[in-house]
Design a protein around this ligand. Structure first.
Ligand code: ADE
Ligand code: ZN
Length: 332
């Protein structure tokens, strides 16, 4: 039975989580106070009431505004640590979170402040909570490729602290090919690559992320369902999709969870995984995303186990670690 207890105990990886999107309203207010920043909301209740989104851009406007309270290394540490405690409570044994350096460097926060705060918490998470992690550096696609190149250059002294580059922010009108050269450079430097594609954007953006950016995984990718040939390719090549059900309904990609296609994709043999995207804004962390599939789509425990196995196999963990965790999932 897919009880919340069962889902919390199921060992799993989270592969699509924006650290800035895990900034809970309570922490946002605490950091605003600590850094002497005034928020345009009276209190947490008023802020939460503003979390009604018509689309991705509507959300991003609030998300970037909220991120402005993050100022010091300690702030980035506290943000990341709070997320890791949620992971611990929900059976996440491995996580590959992403962060948006440009959101912070554009406000004058030095790159090292951001990455050192995040890395310190991730390291402590491994030691004290037993949660392994690989960090992903995401480029903002509404900015220029030139800006992405500068960001990659600034990140090179910290290359041991992240494993992959990613691409996020406003999808429509900012196709993957805009970032073809900087992704080629990052891959040549040995980084893995992921990109948001087919969240709001068309299946053509998923094709472009695969063929032009040569990504290892697609973030979201749900609109691939509209393209028969693309679906076949995803199945044949077992290209992972990091799907985020609560995000998709909160951003009106699907009008209702009952319309969500993730389980249809799973049954067709697509390597789909379940993730939380921006849990502080979308009403739940990874287990709540699994739970929504149970409640609205009748997900079985067999399907839940397969989704958890997929999350491990789609991660950047070495095979030996994957095999050990998958065995634990099968034993549940
Ligand atoms: N940045 C944070 N969350 C995002 C999402 N769901 N899509 C694109 N960019 C994002
Ligand atoms: Zn995302």
């Amino acid at each position: 039975m897919c009880t919340l207890d069962f889902l919390n105990q199921l060992p799993k990886a989270e592969l699509h989580l924006h650290l800035e999107g895990s900034l809970e309203p309570e922490l946002m207010f605490r950091l605003a106070y600590r850094n002497d920043i005034s928020l345009p909301y009276k209190d947490v209740v008023a802020l939460k009431a503003a979390y009604q989104f018509a689309n991705l851009q509507d959300f991003l406007n609030l998300y970037y505004q909220g991120a402005a309270v993050l100022q010091t290394e300690q702030d980035f540490y506290d943000l990341t640590w709070a997320y890791l405690l949620r992971c611990k409570a929900q059976g996440v044994v491995h996580t590959e979170p992403c962060f948006d350096p440009q959101t912070h460097t554009a406000r004058g926060i030095p790159f090292d402040v951001v990455i050192n705060g995040i890395s310190a918490a991730l390291k402590q998470g491994e030691v004290e909570l037993g949660i392994s992690s690989y960090l992903i550096l995401s480029f903002l696609r509404h900015l220029s490729e030139d800006d992405a190149f500068k960001t990659l250059e600034a990140a090179m002294p910290y290359r041991d602290q992240f494993i992959a580059v990613g691409l996020d922010s406003s999808e429509q009108g900012n196709p993957p090919e805009k970032f073809q050269r900087v992704f080629a450079k990052a891959r040549a430097e040995g980084f893995k690559a992921v990109a948001h594609a087919g969240e709001e954007g068309p299946p053509a953006y998923v094709w472009a992320a695969l063929d032009m950016l040569k990504v290892d995984r697609i973030d979201h990718g749900i609109r691939a369902y509209e393209d028969v040939e693309l679906m076949q390719r995803l199945i044949d090549e077992q290209i992972p999709l990091t799907v985020c059900p609560l995000s998709n309904t909160r951003l009106k990609v699907f009008s209702d969870m009952q319309e969500h296609t993730i389980l249809k994709m799973l049954e067709r043999g697509v390597m789909v995984t379940v993730n939380s995207d921006d849990p502080a804004y979308f009403g739940g962390y990874v287990s709540e995303n699994y739970m929504a599939l149970y409640q609205s789509l009748g997900m079985t425990d067999v399907q839940a186990r397969q989704l958890a196995i997929n999350s491990i196999n789609a991660s950047f963990l070495p095979d030996i670690k994957k095999r050990a965790i998958v065995q634990n999932i099968k034993a549940m």
